[in-house]
Design a binder for this molecule. Structure first.
Ligand code: ZN
Length: 126
C-alpha cells in the first residue's frame, strides 16, 4: 500500500487500520489517501487502485452516519462514536468495495464496516 496522509494520525496507525480492515487484501497494491475535508466520505475507484477517505474536520461526535435518506442501499443511522471510529469505518467500507472488485453493495460494505469497527474496538482495548 502507498499512503498519502494529510491528517494528524500517524502513518503506522493508519497502516494498522488497513491491515485490520483487509487482512487478506494488503498484497493487492493500492494508493490510500487520507485527509480532512468538508464532509466525511470515502471513494474507491472502479478502474484505478485508489481509495480516498476524507474526514470532516470539525465533526461533532458521537454522530449517526447516513441519518438522511441516500440512494442505493446504505444502512441508515449507524452510530459512530469518535473520529477514530469514523476513520476505521470509512477505510473498512472502501476496503469492502476494493477487495470485492466492486461487487459488494453499499449496504454490504456498510455491514462489513460496522463489523470491522466492532472488532477494532475489541482489538484496540488490548
Ligand atoms: Zn461505498
Amino acid at each position: 500500500m502507498y499512503l498519502i496522509n494529510r491528517t494528524d494520525y500517524k502513518n503506522d496507525f493508519i497502516k494498522k487500520i488497513v491491515e485490520f480492515a483487509m487482512p487478506s487484501g494488503t498484497k493487492k497494491p493500492f494508493l490510500l489517501v487520507v485527509r480532512y475535508g468538508s464532509i466525511s466520505t470515502g471513494i474507491c475507484y472502479d478502474y484505478f487502485p485508489i481509495i480516498s477517505v476524507t474526514l470532516e474536520k470539525n465533526a461533532k461526535y458521537p454522530l449517526l452516519r447516513n441519518d438522511k435518506p441516500r440512494t442505493k442501499n446504505y444502512i441508515r443511522n449507524i452510530p459512530i462514536e469518535s473520529e477514530m471510529a469514523h476513520l476505521v469505518f470509512l477505510v473498512a467500507h472502501e476496503s469492502g468495495h476494493y477487495l470485492s472488485n466492486g461487487k459488494l453493495s453499499e449496504g454490504d460494505c456498510d455491514a462489513y464496516a460496522i463489523h470491522t469497527v466492532s472488532q477494532w474496538r475489541l482489538f484496540s482495548s488490548f
